[in-house]
Structure formats: structure tokens, C-alpha cells
Design a protein around this ligand. Structure first.
Ligand SMILES: [Mn+2]
Length: 347
């Protein structure tokens, strides 16, 4: 992988050798890749390097990715959303900060100012476009990988103590990185590169139990999650431009007794329809709707999210927000804005 040069690996290795107190962070609304890459790094730093390392996330908890945090790991995960002082104190006292799965500190919301101000050395490991390189001492960034977990896997492989032997990774690191890659590729359905299969193959050879990961990710849902999915699909709108959209309100969630994090993946469903070129999923949040966009080749979900929803992301998988305002104050207004945006985008 071109991004992982000898010089950068050496620099990272010496940063780890000099570090005493490390904090690993990732983006808000942490997904499988964010939690997976953080847990993967955490176990490597603690078990193979003997470092004092913790993960700090902006959220209240790890939501659907909680299975990646077994009981004994909980003390090593700080959630700013539920205990801001603890997370901020830790960041202030760190001498190395590693940010993963986002292109800059602004994506860490509540953690951002503490991370920016911290006197620590800073490393970025990410697969999104537009890394904020000026905020970091060392940057590993390429969008030619499936996930931050995959990029981290190959960085670890290049470190002298691992020497390309995935068998030398802590067991939990292998499991966590495989999980992050699996969720970001939607189980090998998108953003898959030759290196992605290489990583999977080497981790399986090293004993990672993929069946148990798939069991946790895809065969452990609540009945009502599927019923909510059915409800939303039955109300889905498909525009003449081939854009499918679904709107999830707080009331829907309450009615089905489902948490917002459990609707992860819903946005992908409409793409199974031949005529659908892009899918847009809106979820009601505090004072806004969170917007997810997914597209097929030839349509840019990223541009759509950037242009109309203050967002960004990957070419075919992006997101943003639609804030309530004087003009947009009801679901009807949201639908009108969305329809108009779609019209404008394909005009
Ligand atoms: Mn990711």
C-alpha cells in the first residue's frame, strides 16, 4: 500500500516508543469501523506495546457496536457523551493522540476542542477524502481502502514487531479489525479492494472467527427492527429520477421500541431495486434530521449530501444534516425540501 511508506512507519514506531499515555479517538455516532479500529488499536497498544492506552468517543455509548467492548474492556472506553470531564482530563494528560476513521477533529463533536488544544503528538489514520493534515504530526490517509480498520491492519503489519505476521496481533485486534472492515463494506458488498480480501484472508488464517462476527452483526436483531424496516419500506417514495427516500420520525422509533442506532443499514435497502440510483434516509434528531445517502456508480451520494445537507463522505456513501428553520418546520416541509433538492440535483 503506497500510503504506508517506510519513513512513516518508522516515525509511528518511534512515536509509540516515546509515548506514555495514549488516547485513541474516532468520529461521533461511532459505527463498526470506528469502534473496531479503536478497539483494534487499543489492544495492540496495551498487549504488544505495554502502553497506557484508552479510547475516547464523543457518544454516550457504543450502541450496536457494544459487542466489540467486552466487560473487561469497559474501563478502557471513555464516552464524552456520558462523562465529559473524564474524557477531557484524559485527553489533556495524553502525550499521544491517535484519531481514526474521520478526517479531522471537527467530526468528533464534543471531543473536538479538547483534542485540538491538547499538547500531545497527533496521528491520523483514516480513509475519508480531505484529511486535515495541518492538525497532525503524522498522517496515514487514503480512500483506496475499505475502512480505517483495513488501513490500520496494514500499518500494524508494517511495524517491525509484527513483521507482516497477523498471528502476532492480539486476538481482539484481529476480531475488531475484521468487524470494522465487514461493516464498512456491508459484508464485502461495497468499497472492496484487493487488499481487503488479502486482509480478510490473513486474519482468517490467524484464527479470527468470522462466523461469530457475522452472527453478531447480521443474525442478532430484534423482531421489531425488521417490522420497522417493513413499515418504512411500505412508505418509501421513489421519484422519477430514481431516488428512493424514507423518513424515520421519533414517533416511529418510539412506536416500534427501536433505538436510532439499530436502523443502521436501512439506507442500503432501496438500492436493491433496479431503477433506484440513489437512496436517501432521514432520521429525526434534536432540532434536525440526520441524513444518509447511498448511490450506485455514476451518481454521487457525496455531492448530494454536500450540496443540500451540509455533509460529505464517500462517493457512494455519505451523510449530512437538515436543520429545522423558519422554512423547514414540519415533516411536510422536509419532504418538499428533499423533493426540490432531488429535482435540482438531477436537472
Ligand atoms: Mn470507516
Amino acid at each position: 500500500m503506497e500510503e504506508i511508506t517506510k519513513a512513516k512507519v518508522q516515525q509511528f514506531d518511534s512515536m509509540l516508543r516515546e509515548a506514555r499515555c495514549v488516547t485513541i479517538a474516532a468520529h461521533v455516532n461511532a459505527d463498526g469501523d470506528a469502534v473496531g479500529s479503536c478497539s483494534g488499536m487499543l489492544h495492540y497498544l496495551c498487549e504488544n506495546r505495554g502502553l497506557d492506552a484508552v479510547v475516547a468517543l464523543p457518544d454516550r455509548d457504543a450502541g450496536v457496536s457494544s459487542f466489540l467492548i467486552p466487560e473487561e474492556d469497559r474501563p478502557f472506553f471513555l464516552f464524552h457523551g456520558s462523562n465529559p470531564e473524564e474524557a477531557e482530563r484524559r485527553i489533556e494528560g495524553s502525550d499521544l493522540i491517535i484519531l481514526q476513521d474521520c478526517n479531522g477533529f471537527s467530526r468528533t463533536e464534543g471531543l473536538a476542542s479538547a483534542l485540538e488544544k491538547a499538547p500531545a503528538k497527533k496521528v491520523l489514520i483514516d480513509h475519508h477524502v480531505g484529511p486535515e493534515t495541518e492538525s497532525f504530526d503524522l498522517v496515514f490517509s487514503t480512500s483506496e481502502v475499505s475502512s480505517a480498520s483495513e488501513l490500520l491492519f496494514f500499518i500494524l503489519m508494517a511495524l517491525p514487531d509484527i513483521g507482516g505476521d497477523a498471528g502476532k496481533l492480539p486476538q481482539m485486534t484481529g476480531l475488531a479489525l475484521m468487524t470494522g472492515m465487514t461493516t464498512d463494506t456491508n459484508n464485502f458488498a461495497n468499497s472492496v479492494y484487493p487488499t481487503t480480501f488479502d486482509m480478510a484472508s490473513r486474519l482468517i488464517a490467524a484464527g479470527v472467527d468470522r462466523d461469530s462476527i457475522l452472527g453478531q452483526l447480521y443474525f442478532s436483531y430484534k423482531e421489531n427492527r425488521l417490522r420497522l424496516m417493513g413499515f418504512l419500506l411500505s412508505k418509501m417514495t421513489i421519484t422519477p429520477e430514481g431516488v428512493a427516500y424514507m423518513i424515520l420520525t421519533r414517533r416511529n422509533l418510539a412506536h416500534f421500541g427501536i433505538s436510532e442506532g439499530e436502523t443502521e443499514g436501512f439506507v442500503n435497502l432501496p438500492l436493491s431495486i433496479k431503477e433506484v440510483r440513489m437512496s436517501v434516509f432521514l432520521k429525526q434528531d434534536n432540532g434536525c434530521f440526520r441524513v444518509s445517502t447511498r448511490s450506485k456508480k455514476g451518481v454521487s451520494a457525496r455531492k448530494f449530501a454536500e450540496r443540500y445537507f451540509n455533509g460529505g463522505g464517500h462517493e457512494n456513501a455519505a451523510g449530512g444534516r437538515l436543520y429545522f428553520s423558519d422554512e423547514i418546520s414540519s415533516i411536510r416541509d422536509v419532504v418538499a425540501y428533499l423533493e426540490q433538492s432531488i429535482n435540482d440535483f438531477f436537472a
